[in-house]
Design a protein around this ligand. Structure first.
Ligand SMILES: [Zn+2]
Length: 238
């Protein structure tokens, strides 16, 4: 679905511009501040949406542990409730857990009350499972409106977007997409926030092993270089 969003924004481009662009394009700040990345070009955050997923999350945790890398997981409340033990393991292994709503609606087309419930319920589910405060939120499809960001802030959640799309619903070229994005950000003196998926929002069990393998190769490729893998909390402004 992100493909649709990205392609949509690109085709609309200057012709329509403005509102649609601002609410869907991940790096737009027009509708309020969102956390994307810091200005240390050597910092790269691996972020994984739409889990927990019993077809990939544990395998991903194993790969991350082998590389000694911590990542950020934006989990869905519905899936977390179904697989609390995976969520507990994510946190136990030192990763950052974020809120990705209960059921993954496009928040920019929902009433404010539904938005608030989606965020608040997911936060409560995750905090019940882990016993730890959830501080970050990623809107499904990157869609936001001022009231979405306001609802997040009222719940103490920092909205997080991204600046590199892995396009990992397509098994071909994930590593290339990530490398190109990181290189582009490096030229701009920016850190990289990589959008990847350990699950699929439509159902538990999505095939994501191509993502797991790509991430494994990426960490191999950057081993011994100046690149450091960070979690999104590294970029929170004091
Ligand atoms: Zn998602």
């Amino acid at each position: 679905m992100i493909a649709e969003v990205a392609a949509g924004a690109a085709t609309l481009g200057l012709a329509v511009g403005g509102f649609t662009y601002a609410s869907l394009w991940p790096t737009s700040q027009i509708f309020g501040w969102t956390l994307i990345a810091g200005d240390d070009a050597n910092e790269v955050a691996l972020t994984f949406d739409d889990g927990p997923n019993d077809a990939a999350t544990l395998q991903l945790l194993e790969v991350l542990a082998r590389h000694g890398v911590r990542a950020t997981f934006f989990a869905m409340g519905d899936f977390a409730r179904a697989r609390p033990e995976i969520v507990r393991q994510v946190v136990a292994e030192g990763h950052v857990l974020g809120n990705h709503t209960m059921s993954h609606p496009r928040l920019s087309t929902q009433f404010a009350a539904r938005v608030r419930h989606e965020l608040a319920d997911c936060k409560a589910v995750l905090e019940d499972i882990t016993g730890e405060a959830v501080k970050f939120f990623r809107p499904p499809f990157g869609a936001r409106r001022p009231y979405v960001l306001r609802a997040a802030r009222e719940l103490g959640l920092t909205p997080v977007l991204w600046n590199v799309t892995g396009y990992d619903w397509n098994p071909i070229g994930i590593m290339d997409n990530l490398n190109k994005g990181i290189a582009r950000n490096r030229l701009r003196g920016r850190g990289s926030n990589l959008l990847l998926h350990d699950g699929g929002h439509r159902a538990m069990g999505a095939a994501r092993m191509d993502t797991v393998r790509a991430v494994d190769r990426l960490m191999d490729a950057y081993r011994g270089t100046a690149t450091r893998f960070v979690t999104v909390d590294a970029w929170v402004r004091e």
